[in-house]
Design a protein around this ligand. Structure first.
Ligand SMILES: NC(=O)c1ccc[n+]([C@@H]2O[C@H](COP(=O)([O-])OP(=O)(O)OC[C@H]3O[C@@H](n4cnc5c(N)ncnc54)[C@H](OP(=O)(O)O)[C@@H]3O)[C@@H](O)[C@H]2O)c1
Length: 332
């Protein structure tokens, strides 16, 4: 089987022929149909991620068919169409992950490969209304968006929500989840076209954060969000504190722009804000997210589809974030 392997950082992934994988006790092999990219894969190739240990097959997201099961695994999984929860060893608490929590695709070999080995407990049935590419786009972005918006963000029907950087894979799914929950969603983006796409998905409107007065524009539109879902951080974080409604929650699942240079704690305590972190999600988060996707027949937005051979091209395209939604590699 073929696999895209990271053999050194800041160098293209290598397409290698690898021997078939055999599952140990409690594990299964999934024949991968499609894999999706996450910004994590890009950070790893750039050497900007902790614990990089080449050689490793990257990729945290996949849809596929269970082709082999190890001892002790329920054989009814064989030939089932599945998606994989990429979070390994979440642990016992719903509040936070265990110290040995890790993500498929580093340190464990990931999904940019004809076959991937995972514990049985990470398998979930593929939503029937999604094709292989759409299903591959769901797991990592879906669980992150769900926990940020619903579990940690405590999203409630009718609330006003602001989602920053709407072109991102997680942000796009967060928009879909919030709209389906009956929230009034506003977005920011570097692209007016992406704002229009967000409106097409049910957003009320948005502003372009590359314009100097984007915060004023939101204030003029009387956008006072009870919940802000952000992965940019950086200097614009101060503006999110200004924009949040008194008593509001700001949930961060990323800091693409790095840490904020200053944090006005006076505004934080006077406005009674909650500043909340969020990472991936528990198995219960994954199941709840999947139930919601099935119930509302939600479909992740796929921006571009590449072949496995084009994996480096797909990764390179992430540098300037031209996408709206997910980038997918067709593997089989
Ligand atoms: N904690 C977790 O569990 C977790 C999980 C997944 C991702 N993350 C992190 O979350 C971030 C996004 O991940 P992703 O996979 O969704 O990435 P992605 O699909 O590559 O999207 C990145 C998006 O970030 C937006 N962005 C960039 N600079 C911005 C700024 N100054 N202000 C507002 N938005 C900005 C852009 O939106 P526009 O194109 O609309 O301008 C871009 O499309 C990354 O930092 C990633 O490492 C964390």
């Amino acid at each position: 089987m073929r696999a895209l392997v990271l053999s050194e950082v800041k160098a293209p992934l290598k397409l290698e022929e690898r021997p078939p994988i055999h599952p140990a006790e409690g594990e299964v092999v999934v024949s991968v149909q499609a894999a999706a990219l996450n910004r994590r894969d890009f950070w790893i190739t750039q050497g900007l991620y902790p614990g990089i240990q080449p050689p490793v097959v990257l990729g945290s997201d996949a849809s596929g068919v269970v082709s082999k099961v190890g001892a002790g695994v329920n054989e009814s999984w064989l030939q089932q169409e599945v998606i994989i929860n990429p979070g390994m060893n979440w642990g016992d608490s719903e509040e936070f992950q265990a110290s040995d929590f890790n993500i498929l695709g580093l340190p464990r070999d990931g999904t940019f490969s004809g076959e991937v080995l995972v514990p049985e407990s990470n398998l979930y049935k593929k939503p029937k209304h999604l094709n292989w590419n759409e299903a591959a786009g769901l797991p990592l972005a879906g669980i992150t968006a769900w926990r940020a918006g619903v579990t940690q963000g405590r999203l409630a029907k009718g609330e006003t929500v602001l989602i920053t950087g709407i072109g991102g894979g997680v942000a796009t799914l967060a928009l879909q989840f919030c709209v389906a929950h009956g929230a009034q969603v506003w977005v920011t983006s570097s692209s007016d076209q992406k704002i229009q796409k967000a409106i097409d998905l049910g957003a009320e409107g948005g502003v372009n954060y590359t314009r100097e007065n984007w915060v004023q524009e939101l204030i003029q539109k009387k956008v006072s969000p009870q919940l802000i879902i952000d992965s940019a951080g950086g200097n614009s974080y101060a503006s999110l504190i200004d924009l949040a409604s008194p008593g509001g929650r700001i949930v961060n699942y990323g800091a693409t722009q790095g840490p904020p240079k200053k944090l006005d704690l006076f505004k934080v305590f006077w406005k009674q804000l909650t500043l909340q972190g969020s990472t991936m999600g528990s198995p219960n988060d994954f199941q709840s997210m999947l139930n919601f996707v099935n119930e509302h027949q939600l479909t992740p937005v796929i921006d571009q589809v590449y072949s496995l051979e084009e994996g480096n091209e797909a990764l390179a395209s992430m540098k300037n974030s031209p996408q709206f939604g997910k980038l997918v590699l067709v593997v089989s």
